[in-house]
Design a protein around this ligand. Sequence first.
Ligand code: CTP
Length: 418
Amino acid sequence: MVRELTSVIEARFSAPLLRFVREAGGLAAQRGERLYLVGGIVRDLLMGLPAPDVDLVLEGDVGSFVGALREARLGAPLSHSQFETAKLEVEGKTVDIARARTETYSHPSALPQVAPSTLEADLLRRDFSINALAASVLSEDFGRVVDVCDGLEDLEKKQVRALHEKSFQDDATRILRAVRLEQRLGFLLEERTQEWLVRDASYLDTISGDRLRHELERLWQEQAPELTLSRLDDLHVLPALYPALAWDRALAASFARARLGTPSDLSLSAVYLALLGCRILQSQAEGLIARLNLPQGETRAVRDAARLDAVLRDIVERQPSPAAFVEELEEFSPEALWAWALTAPAETAVRLRRLVRDLRHLRPALRGTDLMELGVPPGPAVGEYLRRLRAALLDGQARTLEEERQLVLRWLATGKGV
Ligand code: CTP
């Protein structure tokens, strides 16, 4: 494995980003400080993957360094926090700068006590060896890889290895991070790491709803989140996430199908959550919503997915008209309906797909004013005619504007409109 990334950085960074890191490195050196690329970006550059946003670690004071960058007109500062971190924008890329620090945990999942440190100590506090790699951007050794945890060897062995036995206890979100990374990269958990991960799964209880939800949001951004969920299930770790969660190959296949065909006005993350909701009872769905402190849209998706189980059974039995099918179901979250479209038996699935894709958007071509011109009295009758007209469209009784007009005239003549 290469120990030097100069040519890779030169080839992969845009010209403005390359200029930025070189000049920022030069500035740090002038100030007697050291500046490094660190974490996921180094890992991905070494693997030849597309470079994610840029993380830099500074051995020095971030506030005054960002001030110096500003004076030198390098990067556009977006934010700067009291915790010695700053965010900048360089030609559309976000660049994070953090002070090199150690973190110690007084008890599992406590907020860490933070103290300034060297780069090497900063690397040692990290989650996995392949994330504990850095590359210098100082001119004296630009591109040199710093590897104090044998991360290069693990990249070659294609394994995710935690740096110490208490890593998952210190921060149980690493349980999800480890498996997500393993599945994304096509690696394997190193043997002891896997033992520690399984042993410490219950530490997920120490993670707040917001942090857990944030981890899941990152999971939904993965190319195939079902791989991570399947692996967590194989490791018997899924119940530690939430005890009622069910998982099997059919659900994994539904996740994959969700990615291919979900209408663009739906949230794919909410569809994934709703798919989990399809398999649990309503009371369990409420527990999951509370555990993850879900926002409104996703709460509705999970809640409705669980409710729809019984509702759909009932509807299928009653065999309602197309209009009644739509009218009874359109109050439910479209993501929940779509989740059921991905999991229900064929006939129901087809009807649900049409409902979510087309029918819920279907409106009569005639407007209220058109109806009044045809003779419908102003007031509530207009709304009622519109509702009936929509039902007629859904049942296929009118297909064109002219057919809608004829229908309305017929209802007016027979007094059957309202
Ligand atoms: N990190 C850690 N423990 C955590 C979260 C993060 O040690 N619980 C460290 C890792 O070194 C990681 C870095 O912080 O590489 C940045 O975190 P993040 O941006 O979440 O990770 P990336 O590796 O950049 O992940 P991704 O590729 O998913 O963006």
